[in-house]
Structures are given as structure tokens and as C-alpha cells.
Ligand binder design. Structure first.
Ligand code: AMP
Length: 424
């Protein structure tokens, strides 16, 4: 029987890869322009890093982690998100000893055992950015500015920035209690999961998609009405700095984010083209995370962009698969050997050339050149070759000319500039 991929685990095929490469390139350019450095973290971590970092009562830790015992009996987990791992690496390698402020980004796959559906997979990719070591609200606005700039540069339109404050350890418990008391009166309206959440972590109920749960929270108390003085000042400053950097936002007191480690600023960017799973990205401040994972008191803020969702929003036309610069159609014998020599000479110069390996007829080689959408085709026959010449056909304009084989490399170097993968 043919072996198929596991449900929720996708292949990214060559026909899609241009978009991925494009998004990754823009991410690197934008983030590095804001002073961020790339970090690469392992796929596998000790389970307790996520259990403690993300929070035991979150959906991720409760039911979505790929956790198993390795051959030595240690509990390990495929990373469901990057922040906890990046924080661990920052502590483990004492990156703070060089400079307490670290701006780091990461691009890679995450793993969550969720019910696969459109826009929700078990392996999915995130672009992640984190700033450690600054509690000042200036950084909150700066990180959000970088995120919005990145999304704009990849070409996303009709985006809304949703903003909230989740308070801190001083003020959130009072809010949580108030919310719990409010929702207790509506227990009969809540789904089974939310009835459990009501005990464990009532804020999670905001994330539930069940209609009756959504209705139950319509008039729920709002976390921003419970902020302590410090959190209120922080939130006001974030709004002020967002205005200073020219960003519009929508205050959304119902957006609470699915991870326990968030404190104060929380944000999501929503696209109207995505439907139910409409958050392209989410993030926030997490001033308790470092302590949770056994480190000192270090503030942090960051975001994660879902690559699949982002890519589903990009227009197709601009990221079509590229075409060979040249197809060399040759008669068998000496011309084919010459074609082989030329193709590899071209490859060493970064020029994409193709040839026929199977000794097919010239006609069928020309058909393949057409199918591959080669920009030019070089036709190598016995007669021309004896004169050191070949026919170069422009496949877009359908014109052709005789050229000296010895001039070919020069001709193509002029046609293909280093930045362009496809000659004009
Ligand atoms: P989170 O880490 O849950 O805040 O998610 C950040 C972003 O990652 C979301 O806004 C989504 O775009 C993306 N994301 C989260 N879970 C999945 C998933 N299961 N499949 C695809 N993308 C996801």
C-alpha cells in the first residue's frame, strides 16, 4: 500500500515554495532592519519547559502537545510554540551577559495535536520575534510596528490590529474571580470544556468558538476595567506610542490569547479574508515567563505569525514558479555531449539550463522546453556545431538567431542579472 503523509502534516510543494521563500526573505529583511538576530532552537525540548512556561491549564498543554518518552524514559515534547524555547536558550547561554536586551527572531515548524482543518494543522510554521529585557511600553509599540510593517511588506491588506491589556499578577486574579462569578450564573449555557475552564482558567472561555459560550460572555466583565495603576499606566503609554509611530488599533477587551504567560499588552492581527481562524498573528508581553521556567525576573514581549495562514492570503500571480533560463535541445552524439558540457558550465555561473538526458527526438525536446516554459531554447545540430554555432530561440517572441557557441556564456550573463532568477 502506498504510504501517505500523517493527517495535519503537509508537504510544501515546489509550486508553493516561492511564496514561502518570499515571506521568509521579507521577515529576515524587516526584522534585521529593526535590529533582531536570528536564533535556531531545537524541535524537541523537555516537557516541563512547556508545561511550566505555557501553563498547565492551557489548551496547548492540556491536550495539544506531542509528548512522549524517549528511549531513556525522559518526557520530551515537540515544540508547540517558540517563545519558551527561545527564553530557555537566552538563559542557558547567558545571552544577557553580553547585553541584557536581546532581540531575537525564529522561523520554523511547530507541532500541536489539534483537529486538522483548513488553516489549522498539526505541523505548522511560525515566524517568531521576541524582545527580552525591556519592560518599557516603548518596546511594545516598536514590536507591533515591526509586525505591521512586515505584514504590509509581504502585501497583506485589510488587516486590523486588535489590542488589549491582560493585567498582571497583582490585578488579574481579581478580574478572574469576578469573571468566574459572572459566568457561574451562566453555567448551563457553557459547553463541557468551558464548564471545566470555569474552574481552571475562566479567561479561556473567551477563546471558545461554541455559539452558546460566545453568547454567555457578551456582557462579561472586561479585564481593562480591573487594571492596577501600573498596568493602566503601561497600557496608556502603549497606546500613546502606537499613535506616535502612526498605527491604528481596535481595543478588543475580549481578546485574551491562549497562553498563560501573557501579562499586560496582548495583540492580534486579524484578516477578514480568513474566516473563522482569522488571526494571522498574535502576541503580547510575558513578564512572568522567565520566572516560571526557573530564571530571573526578566520582562519579554513577542509575537508569532502563522505562515500557512499568511501565505493563504498572498496573491498567486506574483509568486509563480520560476522558469529555466535556457533549454538546450540537441541531436544525439556530439551535440548532446556539447549540450551536457554547456549546461554544467551554465550551472556553475548560476544560470538555470536544462537538457534532455534520454536521447529523445528534437521535436519532443522542443515540446519539453515549451512545457518547462524555458525563456530561451538553444538548438544544437551537427551542421551548425561544425561551424561552432547554434540557433538561439527566444521562446517569448518566437524569434531566433544564429550565435557562436563560444559567445553563449557572455550573452546569458548579460541577460541574467544576479538578482533576477528569470531573464527578461
Ligand atoms: P499562537 O501561538 O497560538 O498564538 O498562534 C500564533 C499564530 O500561529 C496564529 O495566529 C495562527 O496564525 C498560527 N497557528 C496557531 N495554531 C495553528 C495551527 N494549528 N495551524 C496553523 N496555524 C496555526
Amino acid at each position: 500500500m502506498e504510504i501517505k503523509a500523517i493527517r495535519g502534516f503537509n508537504d510544501i510543494l515546489p509550486s508553493e515554495i516561492r511564496k514561502w521563500q518570499f515571506v521568509e526573505r521579507i521577515a529576515r529583511e524587516v526584522f534585521e532592519g529593526f535590529g533582531f538576530s536570528e536564533i535556531r532552537i531545537p524541535v524537541l525540548e523537555r516537557t516541563e519547559l512547556f508545561a511550566r512556561g505555557i501553563g498547565e491549564s492551557t489548551d496547548i498543554v492540556e491536550k495539544e502537545m506531542y509528548t512522549f518518552l524517549d528511549r531513556s524514559g525522559n518526557s520530551v515534547t515537540l515544540r508547540p510554540e517558540a517563545t519558551a524555547s527561545i527564553a530557555r536558550a537566552y538563559l542557558e547561554h547567558q545571552l544577557y551577559s553580553f547585553d541584557p536586551v536581546a532581540k531575537l527572531y525564529f522561523i520554523g515548524p511547530m507541532f500541536r495535536y489539534e483537529r486538522p482543518q483548513k488553516g489549522r494543522y498539526r505541523q505548522f510554521y511560525q515566524v517568531d520575534a521576541e524582545v527580552f529585557g525591556v519592560g518599557n511600553p516603548m518596546v511594545d509599540a516598536e514590536v507591533i510596528l515591526m509586525l505591521m510593517h512586515f505584514l504590509k511588506k509581504v502585501g497583506l491588506e485589510r488587516l486590523e490590529l486588535h489590542l488589549n491589556s491582560l493585567g498582571c499578577r497583582a490585578c488579574r486574579p481579581r478580574y478572574r474571580e469576578d469573571l468566574r462569578n459572572f459566568l457561574k450564573r451562566k453555567t448551563f449555557q457553557l459547553c463541557r470544556d468551558c464548564q471545566r475552564r470555569l474552574q481552571m482558567n475562566p479567561l479561556r472561555i473567551f477563546d471558545c468558538k461554541v455559539q452558546t459560550c460566545q453568547e454567555a460572555i457578551v456582557e462579561a466583565p472586561r479585564v481593562i476595567d480591573f487594571l492596577c495603576e501600573d498596568c493602566q499606566i503601561h497600557f496608556d503609554k502603549v497606546k500613546e506610542y502606537l499613535q506616535m509611530v502612526g498605527l491604528d488599533y481596535i481595543l478588543n477587551p475580549r481578546m485574551v490569547r491562549g497562553l498563560d504567560y501573557y501579562t499586560r499588552t496582548a495583540f492580534e492581527v486579524v484578516s477578514y479574508h480568513l474566516g473563522a481562524q482569522n488571526a494571522v498573528t498574535g502576541g503580547g508581553r510575558y513578564d512572568n515567563l522567565f520566572k516560571e521556567i526557573g530564571g530571573p525576573d526578566i520582562p519579554g514581549i513577542g509575537f508569532a505569525v502563522g505562515m500557512e495562514r499568511l501565505i493563504s492570503l498572498l496573491p498567486n500571480e506574483r509568486h509563480t514558479i520560476s522558469r529555466p533560463h535556457l533549454f538546450i535541445a540537441a541531436l544525439s552524439g556530439e551535440p548532446q555531449k556539447e549540450a551536457y558540457r554547456l549546461v554544467n558550465q551554465f550551472h556553475l555561473e548560476g544560470i538555470w539550463a536544462e537538457l534532455d538526458y534520454e536521447g529523445k527526438s528534437l521535436k519532443s525536446q522542443m515540446r519539453r522546453a515549451d512545457k518547462l516554459k524555458a525563456r530561451f531554447t538553444l538548438i544544437l545540430g551537427d551542421e551548425e556545431m561544425r561551424k561552432g554555432k547554434a540557433i538561439l530561440r527566444d521562446m517569448d517572441t518566437h524569434t531566433q538567431e544564429e550565435v557562436f557557441i563560444s559567445d553563449l556564456l557572455k550573452i546569458f550573463k548579460e541577460k541574467v542579472s544576479p538578482q533576477k532568477s528569470t531573464p527578461s
